[in-house]
Ligand binder design. Structure first.
Ligand SMILES: Nc1nc2c(ncn2[C@@H]2O[C@H](COP(=O)(O)OP(=O)(O)OP(=O)(O)O)[C@@H](O)[C@H]2O)c(=O)[nH]1
Ligand SMILES: [Mg+2]
Length: 431
């Protein structure tokens, strides 16, 4: 039995050693075409992880069976094909229960993992900041808890199979379980500390907040590329899934002269493991403080509706589905058939069509962003003590000053300001 993830931080090394048999699943009632897309997506995920692809197949699920997901005869055949292909492990697109995973490993003699574990491992490989690392560890520990028995089986086989009595195994599992629970408890306390620190920082920053927007969307849609194109920054952009885990915020000057804080964040995917959404909730909650969202969609993908639906699903899950949203279709330079673009334009008349690579459509996008920001501005009249330069300059920075008069020791300002500036300066408003 080979461990699948032996060298988590060395994808090159892993590539030489571990080959995967990709088992796509065609659920009852799903078209073969859809199963094909899902198979391709799982292949990309496994490739992102740095494993070699030994072979792939789509397994039609007719009747679900408790032991192997598929009937045991079918399972034997798949296991045999996987072994013949030279694979070290089988990767399933469907989530396997801990006992199904154990049964498959016993049957095939290969490592067996599911999509959930692949995504967790990609996140683990990519996490660099303390918060992301802890968030992923938490999700991994929670995933591994019901699977400790499987880990123990691995271990006893590696040691030569028959060693260790059953009682010894049970005791070890109980000890591992307690250690894992302990670790989960500690990580949660640490994460709380990091989050409190961030909250304090945010509050400090938000005394006079600038308008803010977040780019969200399916993984690989081009979110980081768009942030880079718009703000001239250099966030990692890669043709890999989940290139970005940590949010990055940059300041952008809109054509109307107003500044906007633009954040690029982690991407979403179909069947994103719930524990990862939970773990990244606090990162994604930053999105809550945005005035609007830019939902970026890869227009060159044939899976636009499914991608949009999964993104909206995650937004619902974190409770921010009602934010004003601009639907922006990216990578139009890659769309070969004009009719496909026309169709998207008909289906999404409010959509903006761009290429973060060539810069096409960027002016229109900026205008739309301007318009959204403007709708969030209202006219207010302030009387501010002249010595409060900080407040006066904040109004200049975040609003559009229409009139300004210095009278005695106060400044009278009439300006268009965003709602949050209005509420934080409400004490100085006269109308
Ligand atoms: N042809 C073309 N490629 C693009 C465009 N925008 C982004 N890309 C490419 O698409 C790939 C993914 O881009 P990223 O900006 O990393 O995508 P992302 O949405 O940030 O991805 P994750 O962080 O993984 O969720 C990269 O190889 C980019 O160069 C575009 O408009 N046209
Ligand atoms: Mg990115």
């Amino acid at each position: 039995m080979k461990e699948v993830f032996t060298t988590p931080h060395d994808p090159e090394n892993r590539k030489k050693r571990v080959a995967a048999y990709i088992a796509g699943i065609q659920a009852p009632g799903t078209a073969g075409k859809d199963a094909g897309y899902l198979l391709d997506e799982l292949t990309r995920l496994v490739d992102t992880l740095g494993l070699e692809i030994a072979a792939r197949e789509i397994i039609p699920l007719r009747q679900l069976s408790a032991a192997y997901l598929v009937g045991s005869g079918k399972a034997e055949e798949i296991a045999a094909r996987a072994r013949e292909s030279g694979a070290d492990c089988i990767v399933f697109d469907e989530e396997l229960s801990p006992s199904q995973q154990r049964n498959w490993e016993r049957l095939s003699g290969l490592g067996v993992i599911d999509r959930h574990e692949v995504i967790l491992q990609i996140f683990a490989d990519r996490a660099t900041t303390r918060e992301a690392i802890m968030q992923v560890q938490l999700a991994q520990l929670e995933y591994s808890l019901p699977r400790l028995k499987r880990a123990w089986t691995h271990l006893s086989r590696q040691r030569g199979g028959a060693r260790g009595t059953r009682g010894e195994g049970e005791a070890q599992i109980e000890m591992d379980r307690r250690m894992a629970l302990n670790r989960i408890h500690k990580i949660k306390i640490e994460l709380d500390k990091v989050r409190n620190h961030r909250d304090t920082q945010r509050k400090r920053r938000n005394i006079l907040p600038m308008p803010a927007a977040t780019i969200i969307g399916y993984t690989n849609a081009g979110k980081s590329s768009l942030l880079n194109t718009l703000t001239g920054s250099r966030v990692t952009q890669e043709d890999k899934l989940f290139a970005t885990l940590d949010p990055t915020t940059r300041r952008l000057l809109l054509p109307c002269g107003k500044a906007l804080l633009l954040t690029d964040t982690v991407g979403f995917i179909r069947k994103l493991p719930h524990d990862l959404i939970e773990a990244f909730k606090s990162t994604l909650e930053e999105t809550r403080y945005s005035d609007f969202l830019i939902h970026l969609i890869d227009a060159s993908s044939t899976e636009v509706p499914a991608h949009m639906e999964s993104t909206q699903g995650v937004l619902r899950e974190i409770g921010i589905e009602n934010k004003p949203t601009l639907n922006v279709f990216n990578k139009i330079d890659l769309v070969r058939e004009k009719s496909e673009l026309d169709m998207l334009r008909i289906l999404h008349p409010e959509g903006v069509f761009i290429s973060a690579r060539t810069g096409e459509g960027m002016e229109i996008l900026l205008k739309k962003m301007d318009a959204v920001v403007r709708t969030r501005f209202t006219v207010a009249e302030f009387i501010i003590p002249a010595k409060r330069h900080d407040l006066v300059s904040a109004i200049h920075r975040d609003g559009v000053v229409l009139e300004e008069k210095y009278v005695d020791s106060v400044v009278q300002i009439r300006a268009e300001v965003p709602e949050r500036v209005r509420s934080s300066l409400s004490a100085f408003i006269i109308s």
